[in-house]
Design a protein around this ligand. Sequence first.
Ligand code: SF4
Ligand code: SF4
Length: 169
Amino acid sequence: MIHDLASIQVLSLGLEEENIRFRAFLGGFDSDALDQTVFELDQLISPKVDCTQCGNCCKSLMITVSEPEAEHLAEVLEVNRTQFDEQYLEKGMHGLMLINAIPCHFLSENKCSVYEHRFDGCREFPALHLPNFQKRLFTHFMHYGRCPIIFNVMEQLKTKLLFEKQDHD
Ligand code: SF4
Ligand code: SF4
């Protein structure tokens, strides 16, 4: 396993072509069986990655916020909705609400300061435990170079599925 984010970022650039081939290769598998394999790898790898040492999703992703989530967090933070929206939110496309800062406002010393009240998108990421892995390949590969869990799951998946990796020499 590779834990170091800087190394993962460099490696991911060198593996772009291989990953295009791998995405196509993954399309040939039964969706449910693939979900199960990815789920098992995620179970194996996630506990070995210390997200508090990384925090890269909170430092680099656009976080969407639903109306109930905004209401709830405003209440928890004891600010009114107008204040909350002005301070923390911006409007994205199609009426989506987004956290208006990257890194996220609520990241403090690499930890989420509102952890118990974090948004669904934060709870789900990197979403390898969810069904329909095949349908989310674009997103997973978008985050492959920034999330050590995704990177290591994908690399172990290549080995497990006997995918022919490129020659790294
Ligand atoms: S989910 Fe991935 S990117 Fe986010 S902190 Fe954990 S390892 Fe880092
Ligand atoms: S709310 Fe918390 S978990 Fe979500 S992006 Fe911000 S710091 Fe990270």
